[in-house]
Write a protein that binds this ligand. Sequence first.
Ligand code: ADP
Ligand code: NA
Length: 336
Amino acid sequence: MRIVSGIQPTGNLHLGNYLGAIRNWVLMQDEWTAKGATCLYFLADLHAISMPHQPATLAENTREMVAALVSCGIDPDKSILFNQAQVPAHAELQWLLNGTARMGWLNRMTQWKDKAGKNREGASVALFTYPVLQAADVLLYQATHVPVGEDQKQHLELARDIAQKFNNDFASEEAPVFTLPDPIIPPEAARIMSLRDGSAKMSKSDPSDMSRINLTDDADAIMQKVKKAKTDPEPLPSEAAGLEGRPEARNLVGIYAAFSGRDVASILAEFGGQGFGSFKPALGDLLVDKLEPIAERYRALRIDRSALDAILAKGAEKARVLATPTLEAAYGALGL
Ligand code: ADP
Ligand code: NA
């Protein structure tokens, strides 16, 4: 069994990135490697160039993401952690698959329609063809399982269609070149809201630093931000239904639930009827307790560029070994 999953390298990581994305990778790593599977996790730096991007920060964002992933529990000895750009087989296989993918298939991708908007003529060719790169990303490793959120289901279907057509057109039934990967539904990701506005997502692009808890924040900053978090004047309800129409309260209780592993009902059974004056310090303590060890590892790792580069180089080396037989089989099948 092989699991392959990618994440865009972004900088300024925060609590939302941790609970919404990174933590799921750690959970999957632990669950699937225990079943004997190999997890391949890659930073999608090749995908980053399909949209306008900053060359000066791309490599740093990749390093930042590696530091965050390792600090949060991705173990480079357990999982294969690497970036696409160091494994040329991704780009090579994409070109080979471009011969099999149909224009009509790509034209139907809703993400292409959404992201290109009205300016299709001005969109990059990469934005149109990146679902083929995504297909290469997983087919290259004979992935058996790929975690997909709602928005990626269509792209995994496309990868299966490409694999099937390639196998049909260029390989025998007994010796297919590609494995058709099955989707797995990742553990439900929390959607974390801004600490300053319960209707906005916690985001690195929010100009107010008080709106988010960064993975680099120290204990004082975490306590301050929780203390200043926007709330309403009512005490906490004693049942979940009472959070209806109270987005700030719901968000803070949700964060407490995510970090404590307790359900909302049990948290409200404890804190219901009390004001935020008693809940916020409890939440702050919990966050410091859970995040400080991560933040400490992160701060130490983030400044050690050569250690981060070494992790990526080692991961890329392992990935190349797994990629080579498939790439060679694809060239051979095409008569190249
Ligand atoms: P940002 O919104 O800060 O720009 P990105 O868009 O770069 O973050 O997202 C990187 C990953 O983190 C994605 O998988 C995204 O779903 C997740 N993520 C970002 N913000 C949140 C949030 N507030 N709650 C849950 N998940 C989030
Ligand atoms: Na974003």
